[in-house]
Write a protein that binds this ligand. Structure first.
Ligand code: CMC
Length: 445
């Protein structure tokens, strides 16, 4: 609302506590914007600010969404200053200690922890949708033996869309739920098939009597035996890692999921796009990049030279830093404990000493301290995955499997949110003004 403040105060008006007054010094006009829950103002309220009536009006300029809330969400809460992460209000530490991954998946997708009956029903549904159409295997066989498993995952997820054309009916809650169950169920199957393809091994089909993570480990690692029994410590460690990765509010890949979904694309295609966003080394590809970095450093004695090159800005210390966490990443603390439990079974990963030394130095040195750079979720997860026998190419896939739950919950929330429409940011055009076409013979060199 545009107000004339002096007149307003002279008439005995009082300042409203829940508003923001903006003064446009070009015109001297003042505007009162409503402050909403969460200390936000609506960017659309800026549009009324203009010098001439026929102008477009003011916008907020925010490259990379550094300070823009794109949604109101009830799924995941992060307090970056205090290192807090909660799903639907429950602290991540409690969920990681006390729940199974599918229990947490139910919580994230439905808003509440399941009762025993609800959990049984959900586990049953997921278990009975783990098989993928045989043609998906044929598709995978078209990839080169050394194809990156994320490339295979991204493609086969998009391909699944063609098997379920009804999934386009995104406004039908029942249709939506069927696809959610299918995707959560089939992610480990696709991942395991991609891995076996990569290794040139025959595919192992899902076993219905195994848990979500045990079934995954069975499809990955069973060779030459009829019954495969995963080590319970490793099975639980993977479950914990899945819980830690299940959602992380409006990060790059989740934003991709919401943006693609906002055009009413089906969830398989939207999730394929979210996986593509996750694949980059600044996001879910960081766990792979950490392992490659630690391998390249090779020895604790090479760390000082490496750290100098980071401080000169020549490279990044992968697995460090976060857009939101500025104190510590609570997931990294849990993972560090889990790593020690896994190493009791597998033996210590030889790269652990390098990782610990890097962390020690980074927590003391001014460059890292002044920029609030702490280990994030990806710093230690790769060490666990490697100790468990996963090749580095599988690391981003191990991030994508549990994150599919978060992507789907966020996609569903977006579709049910009356305020959301097709995502369409604005730009500030800074290119040439209008000019006339010139024949090619008359253009300079
Ligand atoms: N190593 C060295 N310097 C860094 C690092 C790093 N890992 N991260 C940030 N910086 C510096 C950066 O150079 C900049 O310094 P200056 O102010 O002198 O220019 C300052 O810290 C701020 O960095 P930024 O790039 O503006 O921060 P951002 O919020 O845009 O980026 C990040 C966040 C996670 C992309 C970044 O910290 C990074 O590249 N980290 C390494 C990759 C990584 O581990 N990613 C996984 C993130 S957690 C899992 C997930 O959610 O995907």
């Amino acid at each position: 609302m545009h107000i004339d403040t002096e007149e307003h105060m002279a008439e005995g008006g009082t300042e409203n506590q829940d508003t923001l007054t903006i003064r446009d010094n070009r015109t001297g006009r003042e505007y009162e914007l409503e402050i909403l829950e969460g200390d936000v103002v609506r960017a659309m309220d800026l549009r009324q600010i203009k010098v001439q009536d026929d102008e477009f009006g003011m916008m907020a300029y925010d490259p990379s969404f550094m300070n823009t809330a794109s949604t109101r969400s009830t799924i995941t809460e992060i307090d970056g200053a205090n290192g807090i992460l909660r799903y639907r209000g429950f602290p991540i530490e409690e969920l990681a200690e006390k729940c199974s991954f599918l229990e947490v998946a139910h919580l994230i997708l439905n808003g509440e922890l399941p009762t025993e009956d609800e959990l049984d029903a959900f586990v049953h549904e997921v278990t009975y949708h783990t098989y993928a159409h045989q043609n998906i295997q044929k598709l995978m066989q078209g990839f080169r033996y050394d194809a990156h498993t994320m490339g295979i995952m991204i493609s086969s997820m998009a391909a699944l869309s063609t098997f379920y054309p009804e999934s386009k009916d995104v406004h039908d809650p029942e249709v939506r739920w069927n696809q959610i169950v299918r995707i959560v169920a089939k992610m480990p199957t696709l991942a395991a098939f991609a891995y076996r393809h990569h290794r040139g091994l025959p595919y192992v089909y899902p076993e219905n009597e195994l848990s979500y993570t045990a079934n995954f480990l069975n499809m990955l690692f069973r060779i030459g035996v009829r019954d495969y029994e995963p080590n319970p410590v490793l099975e639980r460690a993977l479950d914990i890692l899945f819980i830690l990765h299940a959602d992380h509010e409006q990060n790059c890949s989740t934003t991709a999921m919401r943006v693609i979904g906002s055009s009413l694309s089906d969830p398989y295609c939207a999730l394929s796009g979210a996986m593509a966003a996750l694949y980059g080394p600044l996001h879910g590809g960081a766990n792979e990049a950490v392992l490659r970095m630690l391998t390249e450093i090779g020895d604790v004695k090479n760390i000082p030279d490496f750290m100098e090159s980071v401080k000169r800005g020549e490279r990044r210390l992968m697995g460090f830093g976060h857009r939101v966490y500025k104190a510590y990443d609570p997931r990294a603390s849990i993972i560090k404990t889990t790593a020690h439990e896994v190493f009791e079974v597998t033996g210590k990963n030889p790269l652990l000493d390098i990782a610990l030394e890097l962390e020690k130095i980074a927590l003391q040195e001014e460059y890292f301290v002044s920029r609030n750079l702490y280990p994030n979720v990806d710093f230690y997860s790769g060490l666990i995955y490697q100790a468990m026998g996963f090749p580095v190419e599988m690391f981003p896939v191990l991030f994508a499997i549990p994150r599919s739950v978060g992507w789907l919950a966020q996609w569903q929330e977006m579709l049910e949110d009356k305020e959301q429409r097709i995502a369409r940011p604005r730009q500030v055009y800074v290119g040439e003004g209008e000019r006339s076409w010139v024949p090619i013979s008359e253009r300079g060199s």
